[in-house]
Design a protein around this ligand. Structure first.
Ligand SMILES: NC(=O)c1ccc[n+]([C@@H]2O[C@H](COP(=O)([O-])OP(=O)(O)OC[C@H]3O[C@@H](n4cnc5c(N)ncnc54)[C@H](O)[C@@H]3O)[C@@H](O)[C@H]2O)c1
Length: 302
């Protein structure tokens, strides 16, 4: 989606942090932006900021819990009523759900997977048919994390969800290219956001049985470091990635060596034995995906 001016974006978790940083960048680039967010206080603050900049007409704030499928369809209807066809879906809403696996309860898993996988699926199921129906193409960004490329301890639920975003985006990429829909997995490192307040959005019904209540309280006290990336810079990098139709939008160079070691460990684990050529022929369709060669080619040309 090289041309974004005049088009419409739907950003979940769009009223805070990375989502809001991106919304500011998209509005500056001439887009209309729907900020879909669970927190009314974040929506109020975000809309006040756009009003102050004289850009209130370019944004629509909608209260939405991405896990609620009926509400999601209603939000998509409201977005289309306000601004017309949606071209860009950013599945960004997420929570900083961290803690040792030993403490995790089913309610922690249900909350994490519900928002960070279920919410993304709901976004795709809601908007993909609509983007296909208008036939003008578009782009879908699925927010992952550097934690998907370098899984770390005490992040089992988070990493499960964010690693899923990488695989999901890679599959979507190949399947949707013919429809003119680009897909990116967005993997940021630390950004100065409000993610420490995630516990405030935990549904009442998923409080009982959680092993993470104390950790959520502690996380809320964690200050953002000024060394972490600014959300608007992050948004600029996302928009550049959308325009280039990058498969992966990576923000922090610091993670490259760790990621390289991760994939080296994986490659080093293949059995050291000859390829069975008959079997390889039989399962050829499993042995590669053109999206990777395309991406490598694109990066080499740069
Ligand atoms: N901040 C970082 O360092 C960092 C790093 C890697 C990845 N991420 C990812 O970036 C995304 C954005 O996070 P952020 O850091 O900007 O956090 P943030 O808390 O500042 O913003 C997230 C927004 O999502 C909203 N939200 C939470 N649950 C929701 C739900 N069920 N439905 C709708 N909205 C919901 C929150 O109300 C909040 O306004 C997340 O997916 C997060 O996992 C963040």
């Amino acid at each position: 989606m090289r041309e974004v001016a005049g088009k419409v974006a739907f950003v979940t978790g769009g009223a805070s942090g990375i989502g809001l940083g991106l919304a500011k960048v998209l509005v500056r680039a001439g887009m209309k932006v729907v900020l879909a967010d669970l927190r009314q206080d974040h929506l109020d603050e975000a809309l006040a900021w756009f009003r102050g900049q004289g850009h209130l007409a370019e944004v629509l704030g909608l209260r939405l819990d991405v896990t609620d499928r009926t509400a999601y369809a209603q939000a998509a209807d409201a977005a289309e009523r306000a601004f017309g066809k949606v071209h860009l879906l950013v599945n960004n809403a997420g929570i900083g759900l961290l803690g040792p696996l030993k403490l995790a309860g089913y309610s922690d898993w249900d909350w994490g997977l519900g928002v960070m996988i279920g919410g993304v699926i709901n976004g795709i199921q809601t908007f993909l048919p609509r983007i296909l129906a208008h036939g003008e193409g578009g782009h879908i960004v699925n927010t992952s994390s550097m934690a998907a490329l370098i899984p770390i301890n005490n992040a089992a639920i988070y990493v499960t969800c964010k690693a899923a975003m990488v695989g999901l985006s890679e599959v979507m990429r190949g399947e949707l290219a013919a429809d003119g829909i680009g897909v990116s997995a967005f993997c940021p490192g630390p950004v100065q956001t409000n993610i420490r307040e995630s516990g405030r959005t935990r549904p009442e019904a998923l409080k009982a049985g959680s092993g993470y209540a104390e950790l959520e309280r502690q996380l809320e006290q964690r200050a953002n470091s000024p060394l972490w990336m600014d959300p608007v810079e992050c948004g600029e990098r996302i928009l550049a990635g959308i325009r280039r139709n990058d498969l992966y939008i990576l923000t922090h160079r610091e993670f490259k060596e760790g990621a390289s070691q991760h994939y080296e460990a994986l490659l080093a684990s293949f059995p050291d034995e000859p390829v069975d050529t008959a079997r390889a022929q039989n399962i050829r369709y499993l042995l590669g995906n053109p999206v990777f060669a395309e991406e490598i080619g694109k990066k080499r040309k740069k």
